[in-house]
Design a protein around this ligand. Structure first.
Ligand code: SF4
Length: 304
C-alpha cells in the first residue's frame, strides 16, 4: 500500500493528501467493534516501521507533482501515534509544508504520554476519538490493549488541552446499544464540558464493521445530540442525512431547537422545509440567532 494517498478534493478543506504511517498492515492498540479494517491482534508498538526518510521521499514526490495542496492528514492503518518517529517526522514535514495545514487522527490511547503530546503539539489540528468515558464502555466497544484505561486517556486529554491552543476536535462514533445510552452520554457530556474541545463530531457506522454491531439512524443521532449540553459545539457527521425528512419549524420551534443544540447549515438543509429556512434567515436578521465558527464548521447559535 502507498504511504501517501490522494489528493482528494473537498469544498471545505480544498485539496488534501493523506499520509499512512502503517502502510503494510493494520497496527493498532484498539480492536474496535466498528473498525472498517479487518480484526487484528492489538499491539503496544509497531512491528513494521517505515523510516522517516521513506515517508519524506514519498511526500516530497507527491508535493512536487501537486503544488496546490491545502491540507495533510496523518493517519494509519491503525493508530498513528504508535509510529515511533512521529515527532521527528513532524519536524521534517513542518520544514517543507509551507502554508499547508496539518491534521492527525488518533484514537487518543497514548495522549497521557508526554512524548506523544510533544509530537501532537506540532500539528495545526488534532482529532482524538473518545467513544466512551466509562471503563465498561471502553472495554466493550474499543477493546483496548492491556494497560490502556479510560481515566488515563481523560487525564491526558485534559493536560494536552491546557497547552494545545490550536483546534482540538473530539470524535465520538456511536454504536447502537453500547455508547448511545443515557448513562454513557451523561459521562461523556460532563467530561466534555471540562475539556472544552474546539468541536465535537458525532458519527456512526457507515461502512461494514469488523464485528456484527449496528449504527444509529440520523434521527437517532440527532436525538442523542440533544442529551449533551447545548453549549457543546456538536457536528453530526452522517452519510445518510439525506434520508431524513424536512419538517416545518415555527420561529419558536427554531429558537427552542437551536437552544437545545447548535445546528450546522447541513443540519438545516436536511431538517428544515423551505418556509422554515426563510424563518431562520429572518431570525438571523433580527439578531436572535447568529453564526459562529468552530474549527472550520459554521453553527447557528442563539445570542446569549
Ligand atoms: S482505533 Fe481505529 S484502526 Fe484501531 S481498531 Fe479502532 S477504528 Fe480500527
Amino acid at each position: 500500500m502507498p504511504i501517501i494517498f490522494g489528493p482528494v478534493n473537498s469544498r471545505r478543506f480544498g485539496k488534501s493528501l493523506g499520509i499512512d504511517l502503517s502502510p503494510s498492515k493494520k497496527q493498532c492498540n484498539f480492536d474496535c467493534l466498528y473498525c472498517e479494517l479487518k480484526p487484528a491482534k492489538t499491539m503496544g508498538a509497531y512491528e513494521d516501521v517505515v523510516s522517516v526518510d521513506e515517508v519524506m521521499e514519498a511526500l516530497n514526490g507527491v508535493l512536487a507533482q501537486h503544488q496546490d495542496i491545502d491540507a495533510l492528514t496523518v493517519t494509519a492503518n491503525g493508530e498513528p501515534t504508535l509510529y515511533p518517529y512521529l515527532s521527528e517526522l513532524m519536524d521534517k514535514i513542518n520544514r517543507v509544508k509551507g502554508d499547508i495545514k496539518t491534521l492527525i487522527l488518533s484514537n487518543a490511547s497514548t495522549i497521557n504520554n508526554p512524548d506523544i503530546q510533544e509530537a501532537l503539539m506540532k500539528f495545526d489540528t488534532v482529532k482524538l476519538s473518545l467513544d466512551c468515558a466509562t471503563p465498561r464502555c471502553l472495554k466493550r466497544l474499543d477493546r483496548a490493549n492491556k494497560g490502556i484505561d479510560v481515566e488515563s486517556i481523560k487525564e491526558g486529554m485534559l493536560s494536552f488541552r491546557e497547552k494545545f491552543l490550536n483546534s482540538l476536535i473530539i470524535e465520538i462514533l456511536m454504536v447502537s446499544g453500547i455508547n448511545d445510552t443515557k448513562e454513557e452520554i451523561e459521562a461523556l457530556n460532563s467530561y466534555l464540558l471540562k475539556l472544552k474541545p474546539t468541536r465535537i463530531d458525532i458519527g456512526t457506522i457507515d461502512r461494514p464493521p469488523a464485528y456484527p454491531v449496528e449504527g444509529l439512524s440520523y434521527e437517532e443521532i440527532l436525538e442523542r445530540s440533544t442529551w449533551f449540553d447545548a453549549t457543546l459545539p456538536i457536528y453530526i457527521a452522517h452519510r445518510q442525512k439525506v434520508l431524513a425528512k424536512a419538517s416545518s419549524y415555527s420561529k419558536d420551534d427554531i429558537l427552542e431547537t437551536i437552544k437545545k443544540r447548535p445546528l450546522t447549515p447541513e443540519d438545516i438543509e436536511v431538517l428544515f422545509d423551505t418556509q422554515s429556512k426563510e424563518r431562520l434567515k429572518i431570525l438571523v436578521k433580527e439578531e436572535e440567532i447568529k453564526v459562529e465558527t468552530y474549527s472550520d464548521y459554521d453553527f447557528f447559535v442563539r445570542y446569549s
